[in-house]
Design a protein around this ligand. Structure first.
Ligand SMILES: *[C@@H]1O[C@H](CO)[C@@H](O)[C@H](O)[C@H]1NC(C)=O
Ligand SMILES: *[C@@H]1O[C@H](CO)[C@@H](O)[C@H](O)[C@H]1NC(C)=O
Ligand SMILES: *[C@@H]1O[C@H](CO)[C@@H](O)[C@H](O)[C@H]1NC(C)=O
Ligand SMILES: *[C@@H]1O[C@H](CO)[C@@H](O)[C@H](O)[C@H]1NC(C)=O
Ligand SMILES: *[C@@H]1O[C@H](CO)[C@@H](O)[C@H](O)[C@H]1NC(C)=O
Length: 397
């Protein structure tokens, strides 16, 4: 995920420049507005906010501009050039329509985003596991465990894979059994699998370049019995998120499910929150002490500002299929911007646990007089702050 994100970055930046190139030069056609926030309907698709900006005279991609109103008309609180583009849309990535049984030399975290799949895995100690993963369910394969994933739904199944290193597709990091078999001398295959000599070489019907996704038929879902047993309990590679109850956020704006080593013991290096935000709700201002955050948007639309300290802030808009990386220790929020639709997205961390620090809770639990002086507000206003982490807040208006 990361590799394609970075490769794609250059492309995206050039697109963004076309759209926002004029936003800082005060144009000839000055505009005024009585509103603190720009009236987007009026100056739709033009980089004009109040008296700043000017119309785009060259062409612009209206569809991209429409999806990124905060790039075109940043909130006045955005500042500096220190926050690079942190967003990438999967719609702009190459589709690899190719490549059944494979191994990855990396920890692999997967979530089913549509349909159901049948997953089988074999470990180095000869244990195996077979599970059906439905929409929302998660798996985790520690580095180098052989596995196969088969689609079960008529309309197709879709899943998102996350790796804790960027080069997941580099030579030597992934291998398919068909690829290996067809690149091994036939006499070695005969010896290895204990096959009798015959006029046709072994595996002569195996195609050389099947790739990692092949058409097939759905079997009866039974696994051969492993001598060492099946993976169960704390060694299971499967987490049935779709059967779990989400935690209602104290702030009343939605719910979330944390999937990390505390409830899914096999995960050591990838922890996640599945976050659902109601209409009007917002994931509160927070940051993560445990490292960078990867985001993936499953449903709805959102915006979020990344603040890096030193007055550097930039706002991004997100929709289905968008992904982003928010840097280690950056302050941010995610707001549901749809008037009608729930927002669902993933927060993923290269860590064994999900950790965050809430700005409001931090302020509420610090000496009130210090916070009051720092922010030039009343001590009473500080004392009114909620001491409990709100996680997802609801609309107060
Ligand atoms: C899954 O995909 C089908 C076909 O595209 C779509 O109709 C359905 O709404 C999707 N389901 C979910 C949960 O996204
Ligand atoms: C296998 O059998 C073929 C004839 O069917 C023969 O030419 C070949 O030498 C045999 N190979 C081995 C390793 O015995
Ligand atoms: C499932 O199919 C396999 C062959 O694909 C067969 O060996 C096995 O007996 C079948 N099991 C059941 C329960 O039907
Ligand atoms: C989920 O919550 C419902 C009630 O809201 C309860 O009946 C059920 O047992 C809970 N399930 C789990 C897995 O905790
Ligand atoms: C603090 O707020 C008061 C208004 O309550 C204002 O007059 C004053 O200028 C502010 N101080 C600073 C340093 O901004």
């Amino acid at each position: 995920m990361r590799a394609s994100f970075l490769q794609a970055l250059a492309l995206w930046v050039s697109v963004a420049l076309v759209v926002s190139g004029d936003e800082t030069s005060a144009g000839d056609r000055k505009r005024t507005t009585k509103h603190l926030r720009p009236v987007r309907e009026k100056r739709d698709l033009e980089p004009i906010v109040g008296t700043k900006g000017a119309e785009i005279l060259g062409g612009s991609n209206q569809q991209i501009a429409k999806q990124n109103p905060d790039a075109l008309q940043p909130p006045p609180t955005d500042a500096g050039t220190g926050v690079p583009n942190l967003k990438w849309s999967f719609s702009l990535s190459n589709m690899l329509l190719s490549n059944g049984g494979f191994v990855r030399e990396q920890n692999e975290w997967g979530i089913v985003t549509n349909g159901s799949v049948l997953v089988s895995v074999v470990t180095s100690s000869g244990k195996n596991q077979l599970f059906k993963a439905d929409t929302g369910d998660i798996w985790y394969f520690p580095k180098g465990q052989g596995h196969a994933i088969q689609g079960l739904s008529d309309g197709g199944a879709e899943y998102l894979l996350v790796f804790d290193q960027g080069d997941f597709n580099a030579v030597g990091t992934t291998f398919n059994i068909d690829d290996w078999i067809t690149h091994t001398p036939p006499e070695v295959l005969m010896k290895n699998f204990g096959l009798p000599n015959s006029s046709t070489p072994p595996f002569s019907t195996t195609p050389t370049s099947a790739g990692s996704i092949i058409p097939g038929t759905v079997g009866n879902g039974t696994l051969p019995k492993a001598m060492s047993g099946e993976l169960t309990g704390s060694s299971s590679y499967y987490f049935a998120s779709s059967t779990k109850n989400f935690t209602k956020a104290p702030g009343g704006g939605g719910q979330y499910l944390t999937v990390d080593s505390t409830n899914f013991p096999i995960v050591k290096s990838l922890a996640a929150n599945i976050v659902e935000i109601d209409v009007g709700g917002m994931r509160e201002l927070h940051w993560h002490p445990s490292g960078a955050e990867w985001l993936y948007f499953i449903e709805g639309q959102a915006r979020g500002t990344v603040w890096l300290g030193s007055g550097q802030a930039r706002t991004f808009d997100f929709t289905i299929g968008d992904t982003a990386v928010f840097p280690d220790n950056s302050g941010h929020y995610i707001e549901n911007t749809s008037p009608t639709q729930k927002l669902c997205y993933l927060e993923i961390f290269k860590s064994d646990v999900v950790e965050d620090i809430s700005l409001a809770q931090w302020m509420a639990l610090t000496q009130p007089d210090i916070v009051a002086q720092l922010l030039n507000i009343s001590v009473d206003a500080v004392k009114a702050l909620k001491k409990e982490k709100q996680v997802i807040v609801k609309n107060t208006n």
